[in-house]
Design a binder for this molecule. Structure first.
Ligand code: AMP
Ligand code: MG
Length: 499
């Protein structure tokens, strides 16, 4: 069926590919492997708009074919890029990209965006894998990418998901899907480690020069651009993780091959959003030691930057300077996290004992297993302008999240005092807090409901959930149930690395 009313057809997608201009050692040029009878699952209108595509077109057969890998636009130079990485703290050598194929770049006002097909077939780097991704994990990646973008967290984007009834084997038989991801670049820390561990310093330099030229041009004139690159990536990584902590996002597999050189959230697998607050929560069933627990994400982000520094050292040429560059992590993280928390608490000014107020709050949340998202959202409704006799009733929606009510009351006294000191006004503060504390997040059970329907051929819930998550800060009375606590059956949901 030909697309209607469009400026771009699938066949003349104006794709460039700057990565393909690197020497052949960095990738393998190859065609995606077609799948039988591909079908449209979902598309993100917002992601489409970023690259000048009409979302209505994406459901047409020709776009479905291209974004499944069944047809390749004439201008595309498909390739898969090689990389290595540290997995769960251990050097794992070459491991990717076994299933993602870069189609090329589309121009946007903010610069070129790469389009990548994840699950588009085997590559020379597939090792024991089948080059495929299952529908379940593709829907999770699609929804979470777009949800994170709407939450203001730096992230790769997801344009669409297509499926096929091609069966693939995981713990059970599932069906295959392809998610089309978008980012200015998919270069990872592991892309640099790959060359470092092979003692290929020339390739290391070529890759670093490429990244600086295309994505960090402001660093090109620095005295030591490679050192400047390390400093900037470290800073961006720290800030990205501050965003994760502030929204309760857990990545689940923070291996160095999943760390973006642009400091954006990359590779959504067994991720989770914090529900009942527990700093030690582990969202990935495969991560038995809790290396990537909520609390550990912060030091692990730093550890990963050390791995990057180690890989860049031959170019930087100065160990002490590299170490100093890594030190920016702590302040970059702390400053960003404090800034985000102040906004979450509706604090307009920064004061010396804010950290004590935050720590006290997190301790109570931990002891009372308080739902992370509900707590902050309801905190926005707390009033200063309320008579003593009515305070308890006014506080009830928030206060009732705590078993230890006196504990909550004691914290609330300090919080109110702090708000009064800066002359906080209820209506203004509440409005500002509702713009940073989401009402709607991608709870595992919501994804699960959408996935199970999709596995039965009904994709409507994926679209509906996406629409809810695209406006996470808005009151959506018709979607109130999407803000609810997980039902009992959700306690048994487990997500693992299997994807
Ligand atoms: P992950 O732990 O999901 O980030 O995967 C690590 C690497 O394994 C990635 O670079 C993938 O390209 C590769 N990989 C994962 N699953 C498959 C698969 N089914 N077939 C081929 N390669 C895979
Ligand atoms: Mg990965």
């Amino acid at each position: 069926m030909p697309p209607t009313g469009t400026t771009i057809t699938a066949d003349d997608l104006p794709l460039d590919n700057s990565f393909a201009e690197l020497p052949p050692a960095f990738y393998t040029r190859l065609m995606p492997t077609p799948m039988p009878a591909p079908y449209f699952v979902a598309a993100s209108a917002k992601a489409a708009a970023l690259v000048g595509l009409d979302p209505a077109d994406l459901a047409h057969d020709d776009f479905v074919a291209v974004f499944t890998g069944n047809a390749v636009p004439p201008r595309a130079k498909p390739l898969s890029a090689v990389y290595s990485g540290h997995q769960f703290g251990h050097w794992a050598g070459q491991l990717g990209d076994g299933r993602a194929i870069l189609l090329g770049q589309l121009a946007t006002p903010e610069g070129p965006m790469e389009l990548q097909l994840k699950g588009a077939g085997m590559t020379p780097y597939s090792r024991m894998g089948d080059g495929r991704a299952v529908l379940r994990s593709s829907i999770r990646e699609f929804l979470c990418s777009e949800a994170m973008a709407a939450l203001g967290v730096p992230t790769t984007r997801a344009l669409m998901v297509t499926g096929s009834n091609q069966r693939i084997m995981r713990e059970t038989v599932e069906t295959a899907a392809v998610v089309t991801r978008m980012a200015p670049s998919f270069v990872r820390f592991g892309s640099f480690e790959h060359w470092h561990y092979r003692n290929k310093h020339e390739e290391l330099r070529i890759l670093a020069d490429y990244v600086i030229r295309d994505f960090y041009p402001e660093l090109a004139g620095a005295e030591n651009p490679y050192l400047a690159l390390l400093g900037e990536v470290t800073k961006r990584t720290a800030r990205m993780i501050a965003h994760w902590q502030a929204v309760g996002f857990m990545h689940g597999v923070m291996n160095t091959d999943n760390m973006s050189i642009l400091g954006v959230t990359l590779d959504y697998g067994p991720f989770g959003f914090m529900e009942a607050f527990d700093v030690d929560h582990i969202c990935n069933h495969t991560d038995q030691g809790g290396r990537y627990s909520y609390a550990n994400q912060v030091p692990v982000g730093h550890w990963n930057c050390y791995a990057l520094a180690n890989a860049l050292l031959p170019l930087i040429g100065d160990t002490e300077a590299a170490q100093a560059a890594l030190e920016v992590y702590v302040d970059a993280y702390g400053d960003k996290f404090d800034e985000l928390l102040r906004a979450k608490l509706g604090l307009a000014t920064a004061q010396a004992d804010d950290r004590a107020l935050f720590d006290h709050m997190f301790k109570l949340m931990q002891e009372n297993h308080v739902d992370f998202t509900l707590f902050f959202r309801r905190l926005g409704g707390l009033r200063l302008d309320v008579a003593d006799a009515e305070r308890e009733a006014a506080d009830a929606p928030l206060r009732d999240l705590f078993l230890d009510r006196p504990g909550f009351d004691a914290w609330a006294v300090l919080y109110r005092e702090r708000l009064r000191q800066e002359g906080s006004v209820d209506a203004n503060r509440s409005e500002a807090m509702n713009r940073v504390n989401p009402k709607y997040i991608l709870r595992n059970y919501l994804a699960q409901v959408a996935i199970e329907k999709a596995q039965n051929g009904d994709f409507s819930e994926v679209a509906r959930l996406l629409a809810v998550l695209e406006r996470p800060f808005d009151e959506q009375p018709e979607n109130e149930s999407y803000a609810a606590l997980p039902p009992d059956w959700a306690a048994h949901l487990e997500v693992s690395c299997s994807s």
